[in-house]
Ligand binder design. Structure first.
Ligand SMILES: Cc1cc2nc3c(=O)[nH]c(=O)nc-3n(C[C@H](O)[C@H](O)[C@H](O)COP(=O)(O)OP(=O)(O)OC[C@H]3O[C@@H](n4cnc5c(N)ncnc54)[C@H](O)[C@@H]3O)c2cc1C
Length: 358
């Protein structure tokens, strides 16, 4: 088996040198997720960004060397150099200002609910941003719903249904945020974000600008978009149809029941690979005899072959090794190339199965 090739989630991480230069100078300690680590050394740039942001968005809203893997549903992986919680557009503007003044070109990572992220054990050298309570509002306006990007998809689905609006029921079983769903064009049960998205508003962390764009401009395709790593989706406007509250409720109950029956709980990030044209990744992985296959602390789910379960205190390296094994086995059994749906954070190369960064 060839070495797994890993893909950086942020397009600029490889190009950015400043955090890494500081880290090299200061001989940073990479904090392993399993064993007790020595006191971590924070790079000068990360410390300066943290200090500056502490004065503007508040000390409680920013930290250096912050656990990042813990913010994902895999619950594996290392730390972020800086983690900032933004509660408003003003906070995002402060993050833009601090980063561009102190560490121009620093890689950004927007973290939603972490349900489609795999963070490298070595962590992420850059500024990670999460949206706080200020971005969770869900407002119904006629047949449209305006949702903050931090709102949880199941909450938006249930609020829309309760308002007598139909078309977003599919999202009740997807454990992500509205922002993550726009970036991924999340979907299921025959629909996706593109079906109802009128527009999304995005804040650009590089230049501090804001834009509102429709699904074509955002390039929403099968589990992808052209939203850049330095763009933060702050809200989305959805067009739904007049429906029947009890019919929506029943549909959502059926979806939740179906998910409980067909998908595992525990530490995973949903479907690991996208479905190849005309087939299903889960079927191909199952046919290759990989259900239950284990590498270290990661195992192919016995319930759904396109899910990988991580053990408590597991390693991202094991998840990636298992992904690479799956890609190789499916290639040899079926001649099909699988591609990662999971977004890889802090890895240096392309994801298993992908030839170039997405
Ligand atoms: C049990 C389970 C079931 C799942 N089922 C489905 C399913 O049926 N269909 C499906 O499509 N997915 C599914 N997923 C995957 C996941 O829930 C979706 O991809 C979801 O849209 C990710 O949202 P998030 O907030 O968790 O994003 P994250 O995982 O945090 O991030 C995913 C990507 O979006 C970016 N991002 C997050 N928030 C923002 C923002 N505000 N602005 C800009 N970029 C942002 C991140 O940088 C990253 O690139 C499932 C996951 C699990 C664990």
């Amino acid at each position: 088996m060839s070495d797994p090739v890993l893909e950086p989630e942020t397009e600029s991480e490889d190009e950015f040198e400043e955090f890494e230069e500081f880290e090299e100078l200061e001989d940073p300690v990479v904090v392993p997720p399993v064993e007790a680590a020595p006191e971590p050394v924070v790079s000068a740039a990360a410390a300066a960004v943290t200090l500056a942001l502490g004065k503007t968005i508040g000390e409680d809203a920013v930290s250096s060397n912050a656990p990042l893997g813990e913010l994902t549903t895999y619950r594996v992986g290392g730390h972020a150099s800086v983690l900032a919680i933004a509660d408003s557009l003003e906070d995002l503007a402060e993050i833009h200002r601090a980063a561009s003044t102190i560490a121009p070109g620093v890689p950004f990572l927007v973290v939603g609910l972490g349900s489609n992220l795999l963070v490298a054990d070595e962590g992420f050298s850059g500024v990670a941003i999460q949206l706080g309570e200020g971005f969770t509002a869900v407002v119904v306006e006629g047949n449209q719903v305006i949702a903050g990007a931090g709102a949880k998809l199941p909450v938006v689905a249930r609020k829309s249904g309760a308002a007598g609006l139909s078309g977003f029921e599919w999202a009740v079983g997807v454990p992500g945020s509205v922002g993550g769903a726009v970036r991924m064009n999340a979907g299921g049960h025959g629909s996706d974000m593109r079906e109802s998205l009128v527009s999304a508003t995005l804040f650009n962390l590089r230049d501090g600008s804001t834009r509102t764009s429709g699904p074509d401009e955002l390039g929403l395709g099968y589990r992808c978009s052209n939203v850049a790593a330095h763009e933060v989706v702050v809200s989305a406007r959805l067009q739904l149809s007049p429906g029947d509250e009890s019919a929506s409720k029943k549909q959502m109950t059926d979806i939740v029941r179906w998910r409980l029956m067909n998908q595992p709980g525990g530490q995973n990030a949903g479907s690991v690979f996208t479905n190849p044209e005309g087939d299903s990744a889960g079927r191909l992985i199952d046919a290759a005899g990989l259900k239950g296959h284990r590498i270290g602390t990661a195992e192919v789910s016995t319930k759904h072959a396109n899910f990988i379960q991580a053990d408590p205190d597991g390693l991202a390296a094991d998840v990636v090794a298992l992904m690479a094994h799956i890609v190789a086995e499916v290639r040899s059994h079926a001649g099909v190339e699988l591609h990662a749906e999971t977004r890889m954070v802090g890895f240096k190369k392309a994801a298993p199965g992908d030839k170039k960064p997405r």
